[in-house]
Design a protein around this ligand. Structure first.
Ligand code: HEC
Ligand code: HEC
Length: 148
């Protein structure tokens, strides 16, 4: 019994040392930030100006918001986005009308108003700031969006 206990102890000790060593290499996107130093304050980025819709990268992508959304409240009582994007008002406002998929609830029922799971628009649709990419990447849009 004693031998097994010490083997277990040595093995778990080795495992802990190993995981500590490998964690040391992991750097967060904010860079190294020691616990005893104040966090670096991220610089404020400028929101992009209103513009034409931004090209999508894949078919199922929630389109990116090509305008500012400052003070566009979405809460239990009102949804500012829908004042322009709803089927009732999109023609007058010139905004894209919300997709039919936004009327389907999670059980597949087709509703006559926006499904609760699609109500908080900014869960999926986000405006853009002027900022360099956080990490390099070679992502290219799917062929069906770039070729005829
Ligand atoms: C004052 C009217 C107005 C409000 C409010 C508004 N939008 Fe828009 N939105 C527009 C217009 C206009 C466009 C651009 C349509 C065009 O140029 O073809 C647009 C474009 C978009 C697009 C791009 C659609 C595409 O096909 O690429 C998304 C996504 C979007 N808005 C989301 C939102 C969200 C989310 C909110 C709320 C936080 C919101 N909008 C509030 C008017 C509005
Ligand atoms: C759970 C994620 C999610 C939420 C929440 C959501 N959307 Fe979307 N939205 C999408 C996706 C994904 C697409 C593209 C595929 C599709 O049409 O369903 C899309 C498409 C759109 C489009 C483009 C439609 C078209 O015909 O090209 C508009 C406009 C839009 N959403 C507006 C909104 C508004 C306004 C809200 C809030 C009331 C909202 N969305 C909430 C995921 C979401």
């Amino acid at each position: 019994m004693k031998i097994i206990n010490s083997i277990t102890f040595i093995l778990s000790f080795a495992l802990i040392c190993f995981s500590l060593l490998s964690f040391a290499d992991v750097v967060s996107l904010r860079g190294h930030n020691p616990l005893d130093e104040e966090a670096k304050i991220p610089t404020l980025k400028r929101w992009q100006h209103d513009r034409e819709p931004i090209a999508r990268n894949y078919l199922q992508q929630p389109p990116i918001i090509p305008h500012k959304i400052h003070r566009y409240t979405i809460d239990r009582r009102s949804n500012k986005c829908l004042t322009c994007h709803s089927w009732r008002s999109y023609k007058e406002s010139g905004a894209t009308k919300i997709s039919l998929t936004h009327f389907r609830d999670r059980d597949g029922n087709e509703l006559s108003s926006v499904a609760p799971r699609r109500y908080f628009c900014t869960q999926c649709h986000v405006p853009q700031v002027e900022a360099p990419p956080l990490i390099e990447n070679q992502f290219t849009p799917v062929d069906s969006l770039t070729q005829e």
